[in-house]
Unconditional design. Structure first.
Lengths: 305, 193
């Protein structure tokens, strides 16, 4: 998810090039994603034992009691991780034709054809993937003895199972997309879901998607934030609390992080999540007005459910 | 339509996902990709909702995240981003420039850190501005008073730099407003509890 700070940074880099502070901001913003992606690929390639080896090696290096870096299989895993980190950062922070410029070119190209444009994070993950497997293949001769495979086939199989991943209620998937700064198409929701199940559950998610689309198109950031706050509050009031992870800010909102948390409006939503005073009645009034002027007004009366 | 009717509507609109019992689960590879933030788009949302409503998968993902967090901290301490960044830039900085750049970078990182409360960030910014103005005034007083030229007017020197203190007024007012708002939120929360 691209935050406003990230958007500003990418735009500045694209227009004026890199500065020292910009490069540090990039590492602050995307360093964690870069490390997580490297660790993920290590896990996919070397398994949980390889990951544990890497952890042991890093811990030993910190205490200064292990063999020098680069020797043995453990050293090679660390080498691949470090080389991937360097390759991706070098590609991202070079002065000309860097990753940010490449992403803007890609976005413009895709945008012109009307195709879906993947965000910068996804583009970066692709670059990390390519760098990791490139570094791995360079050392493939030594690693063949470990019997490793690149694991891509298995992952692709997993991705093709998208429709088969069971969810209790399709409405929750839409709530998750709304919370994640995605914009599900309200017309699509109406045609695909509300027509089949004309219930308060489906109608409310349609109304929120329509309002979100309206606010995004009009550039009303405050109204959009108010709506996000209401959706986070609403989703926190349902479901079971299975995860202990809390979102640290609006950019980390998703259904898993808020479901069943029973957030209180002023203390939780305004106090630490959005860190501003938000009037709950405003987004509620917007939703009410939208529904009252739609063909689903009767659902609010409770005369038909 | 009344407010009560709308409240009832919202109550009925809550998704009933907590009652779900699953016969099948996503593949382990997909859960791994999810825990390590590698999924995107609609697949991400489906897996996220499944994990949010499935006790088994939620536990698997929690363990994977715990492992990832521990390794991420280890890796972060051992990978030097500064060295890589310097390789990527052709411009070489002098030692004082590097020192100031490093100092400024650390300050910016701390200010930008999401875990730093906004009130503290604002107070730190205001304090930095105040320190800068005080130092500027001291330096100007030392260098420019009394007037450097003996031919200057005998009238009292106008120390225009003293007026820099007015710059402190907006952040001070903002700080007060933020403090009052925080106090108000805290008080409302307490009253509700």
């Amino acid at each position: 998810m691209t935050t406003r700070r990230a958007e500003r940074l990418l735009q500045t880099v694209h227009e004026t090039g890199w500065s020292a502070s910009g490069q540090r901001a990039f590492v602050d913003l995307y360093g964690a994603l870069l490390r997580r992606s490297i660790l993920y690929h290590v896990r996919r390639c070397f398994g949980a034992t390889g990951l544990q080896s890497l952890a042991d090696h890093l811990a030993a290096l910190e205490s200064g009691s292990d063999q020098p870096r680069g020797t043995g299989t453990r050293g090679e895993i660390l080498d691949i991780a470090c080389d991937t980190w360097q390759d991706v950062l070098l590609r991202a922070c070079r002065t000309e034709d860097n990753l940010v410029d490449q992403w803007f070119s890609y976005a413009n190209e895709k945008g012109a054809t009307g195709a879906t444009v993947r965000d910068f994070e996804t583009y970066l993950k692709g670059a990390i993937h390519n760098a990791f497997w490139g570094n791995l293949r360079r050392r493939k001769k030594d690693l063949d003895s470990m019997g490793t495979s690149d694991g891509l086939e298995e992952y692709s199989d997993g991705l093709s199972l998208e429709e088969k991943i069971p969810v209790g209620d399709e409405v929750c998937v839409l709530w998750d997309r709304l919370l994640r700064c995605q914009r599900p198409d309200p017309e699509g929701i109406e045609a695909g879901l509300v027509r089949l199940r004309q219930e308060p559950e489906t109608v409310l998610v349609w109304a929120c998607a329509a309002l979100k689309k309206r606010h995004c198109e009009a550039g009303r950031k405050t109204a959009l934030e108010n709506l996000m706050a209401f959706m986070a509050f609403f989703c926190s009031q349902s479901g079971a609390k299975l995860s202990d992870v809390h979102p640290s800010g609006p950019a980390e909102l998703n259904y898993e992080h808020v479901a069943g948390k029973q957030y209180r409006w002023e203390k939780d939503i305004c106090g630490w999540l959005f860190r501003k005073r938000i009037r709950k009645d405003r987004p509620m009034a917007e939703i009410h007005d939208l529904l009252a002027s739609s063909q689903y007004a009767k659902l609010i009366d409770g005369t038909e459910s | 339509m009344t407010d009560r009717a709308f409240d009832d509507f919202l109550e009925r609109a809550k998704p009933g996902s907590s009652r779900t019992k699953y016969d099948s689960h996503p593949a382990d590879t997909v859960l791994e990709a999810f825990a390590y933030d590698q999924l995107d788009g609609s697949l991400l949302s489906r897996v996220s909702v499944h994990v949010a409503t499935c006790r088994r998968c939620s536990s698997v993902v929690a363990n994977l995240r715990l492992e990832m967090k521990r390794l991420d901290e280890l890796l972060a301490r051992n990978i030097d981003s500064d060295v890589t960044i310097k390789r990527a830039t052709s411009s070489a900085l002098t030692a004082p420039e590097q020192f100031l750049d490093g100092l400024w970078g650390r300050f910016r990182r701390w200010i930008d850190d999401a875990s730093t409360p906004s009130l503290v960030r604002l107070a730190a910014t205001a304090a930095s501005l105040a320190a800068l103005i005080v130092v500027t005034n001291l330096a100007m007083d030392r260098w420019l008073v009394p007037p450097v030229s003996p031919f200057a007017s005998p009238a009292p020197a106008s120390r225009w730099w003293v007026h820099l203190y007015w710059l402190l007024l907006p952040p001070a007012l903002l700080l007060c407003a933020k403090g009052l708002r925080r106090l108000s939120l805290w008080w409302k929360g307490k009253r509700r509890d």
